[in-house]
Write a protein that binds this ligand. Sequence first.
Ligand code: HEM
Length: 505
Amino acid sequence: MGVFGLSWTSVVLSIAAGYLLIVLIQRYLKFRRKALILCKIPGLKTEFLFGNSRQMPGLNEEALKWMHDNCTERPKISSGWLGPFIPMVNIVHADTIKDILKSSAPKSRSLYGLVMSWLGEGLLVSNGEKWLRSRRLLTPAFHFDILKSYLEVKNRASDVLVGKIQAYADKNQYFEVFENTCMFSLDVILQCAFSYKSDCQTSKTNQPYVQAVSELNELLADRFFKFWLYPDFIYYLTSNGRRWKRACDLVHKVAENIIEERKHTLVSDTKKGKETKCKDFLGILLTARDEEGIGLSSAEIRNEVDTFLFEGHDTTTSGTSWTLYEIARHPEVQSALYKEINEVLEGRDNDNILWEDLPKLTYLTQVIKESLRLNPPVTFIQRVTNEPMVIEGYEIPEGTNMNIVIINILSNPTMWEDPLTFKPERFSPEHNDERDPFSYVPFSAGPRNCIGQNFAMNEMKTVIARILHRFHLELDPTHKVERQLAAVLKSKDGIMMKAIPREKL
Ligand code: HEM
C-alpha cells in the first residue's frame, strides 16, 4: 500500500506524467515564443501541417526558377516552415549572411544530421572542438607546396581524359560530360588525398562507388523536404531508407579498403626503413598524434576519408561539367579561351599545365568563376544560431536554422546586374573592388569555408585548359540540358557534347 490507499506504482506514474506534462508545456511555450518572433520576418504563406514544405515544385529547373522568384521578391531575408514545428530563416544577401558566416554558429543537425550515417562527424559535419582539431590537423595537406606537387597528378589524369575524348572524336560521337569528368575527379582525389592509384577512368569496376554516391546525393535532397522522415528509425523502414543504408555500406567499404591498403604500405615502408610519405591527407590522418601520443580512432579516420572522397570529387565534377557546358554554349568565350591557352602553352612540346601557368590563365579563371556563380555545385548550406542575433532589424532567437541559399546569393538581382546572364567579364580585375566579398560565395566564406578551394580551382583550370587546347566543343542540339538539385548540383539527363580536334577545324 502507498499513500492514501494508492499503490506506489500509481504514485510514481503520476509524478512521471506530471513531470512530462510540465516539460511539454515548457517546450511548447518556448517554441511559441520563438514562432511569434520569427513570424515577423516576411515569407510565403504556410499550409496547415506542412508549412512551406510542399510548395517547392520538385528539385528541377522549375524549382530553381521558383527559388529565384522568391529571392527577387524578398532579396535579403525570408522565413519558411518545414512542417508545423521546424522554422527556418532563408538568407540570400551579402548583408544578411556575413555575420553568421563569420560567427562560430555550428552546422545544424536538421540538415547535416541527415548525412551522419554516411560521413559521420568528419570535417564537413563536426562542430566545436572536434572540428577545430580536425581542421588544424588537415590544413597542412592543402599548403601551396603540397598543392604544387598535386599538379603532376592532375596533368596525368588529364592525359587519360583527353585520350578518352579523342576516342569519341575519332568516331565522331557525342559523349556525356558528367560521367567522364566524374571519373577524372575521382582519379585525382584518390591519388592526391590517399596516394591510391586506380584505373577508375578506364575500367568499369569502380562504377558501384560512383553510383552509390549519386544515389546518396539524390536521396538526401529528397529527404530534406520530408520532415516526417527525419528520424532514422522511420526512414530505415522505407524503401528509400533501405537504399540509403545499402549505399552507405558500400561507400564505407571502399573507404575501409583505401585505409587498409595505406596502413599496409606504412608498415612495410617502416620495416624497410624508408621515409614515410605522410604529406597527403590520409598519411597525415594515420600518423597524427596528440600530446599524449594518441592517434585518431579508426572510426574518425574513416569519417574523414568518406568526407574527402565525397567532397573532393563530386563538387569538382559538377564545377568542371557546368563550366564546359557554358563554354560550349558561348562560342565567343571559347575562341577567347583558346587564344589565351595557346599563348600560355606556345613553344612547348607537350600540353602540360605548369604551376607558373595557373596565374596566367586569367580569362579561364573568370569563366570558371562565372560558371560557378550560375551553377554553384553546393547550392545551399545551413547553420544554427548559438545565440540571439539581429539580422536586417529582425530578431533571430538562439537555436534557429539559417538557410544560406548560395545559389540565390550568387544571382541576387540586388547585387548582380543582369543576374542570369553568363558574363565572365564581371570577374575581370578592374571589377574586383566593386564587389562585397560576401556576394560571391560558391566556396562559402569565414572560418568554415571550403578547405579544398584552391585544390579545386587548380584541378578545374588544368583539365579545362588541357581539353580546350586540343578540341573545339559543341553541344548536341537535340539533347535538352536541365539542372537538378541534389546535395551537389547535377544535370537531370546529362550533358551531351562533341569534341572536334583543333587540327580538323
Ligand atoms: C568546385 C568545387 C567545390 C565547391 C564549389 C565546394 C564548396 C564548398 C562549400 C560551399 C563548403 C561549405 C560547406 C558548409 O558550410 O556546409 C565546403 C566545405 C568543405 N569542402 Fe568544398 N567545395 C569544392 C571542392 C572541394 C574539394 C576538392 C575538397 C577536398 C579536396 C573539398 C573539401 C571540403 C571540406 C572538407 C569542407 C568542410 C570544411 C570545414 O567545415 O572546415 N571541397 N566546400
